[in-house]
Design a protein around this ligand. Structure first.
Ligand code: 3SL
Length: 242
């Protein structure tokens, strides 16, 4: 297995595709997607365009759908949900499909949607993602961070590092043998330094600070936890994760 980390969708190669692609948006899209599926949601369908989301979701029975929209960290008006995983309780999402569009996370998923296997990862479901890689042993794996409007995000890189660190621990591969690019080594270093204080790292991250200004401390606390959900969001048809 060769692992590559790309910090943003924009830095991800366009002329090839890996056997397995993992989109990461710890704050907060992939944390929300994992939570919806762990809470009994039927599926999550991802859109970059809000109008398209509305058009497609209109065809779904209203009692079986939820619409989640986020722009700039805030909820899109007229949608039932923003992008807080804490709102995705079993009572609300059980049996319903979540139609979601967010600023960056959904773009990362769309960037890799043509890969044979597409997963959504966050810190909260890291172990399930690692177990999938150990079971399937894909030859090439890309971890694509969502970043923020084209720039680097600490929280996505630390999650990439958490995945890589766990792979190193559970295989006989050294970091150098696993790494397909230097970003993997730096992601492991970041995770190794912060693994006991991931909430502290999220406080330092620019998007963490943006969310704190929006009064979302509980979201940061929730998203900073590791391996709390045994759920593997995997793409079944383009844009639909189950
Ligand atoms: O950019 C995104 O995709 C979002 O996850 C950002 S936010 O955390 O909902 O503000």
């Amino acid at each position: 297995m060769k692992l590559f980390v790309y910090h943003t969708p924009e830095l991800t190669p366009t002329d090839k595709a890996p056997e397995c692609a993992i989109a990461v948006d710890v704050l907060r899209a992939t944390s929300t997607i994992a939570t919806v599926l762990a809470s009994g949601g039927e599926a999550v369908q991802v859109f970059s365009d809000l109008d398209k989301l509305i058009e497609v979701s209109e065809k779904w029975p209203s009692e079986k759908r939820l619409r989640a929209g986020e722009r700039g960290g805030a909820k899109v008006s007229g949608f039932e949900l923003g992008n807080s995983p804490l709102d995705c309780t079993p009572e609300l999402v059980q049996g319903r499909r979540l139609f979601i569009s967010t600023t960056n996370g959904t773009r990362a998923l769309q960037r890799v949607q043509d890969s044979p296997s597409v997963l959504a990862a966050a810190l909260i479901n890291r172990a399930a993602v690692v177990q999938f890689l150990l079971d399937k042993q894909p030859e090439t794996v890309w971890i694509v961070g969502s970043g923020w409007e084209g720039s680097y995000s600490l929280e996505d890189t630390v999650c990439a590092g958490a995945i890589a660190h766990s792979l190193v621990q559970q295989t006989k591969l050294s970091p150098e043998e696993l790494a397909g690019n230097d970003e993997v080594i730096s992601a492991i270093a970041l995770y190794s330094q912060w693994q006991d204080n991931l909430l502290g790292l999220l406080h330092q991250a620019s998007h963490g600070q943006r969310l704190l200004r929006l009064d979302c401390l509980d979201d940061l606390k929730y998203c900073s936890q590791t391996d709390i959900l045994d759920v593997l969001p995997i793409q079944h048809e383009t844009g639909v994760l189950k």
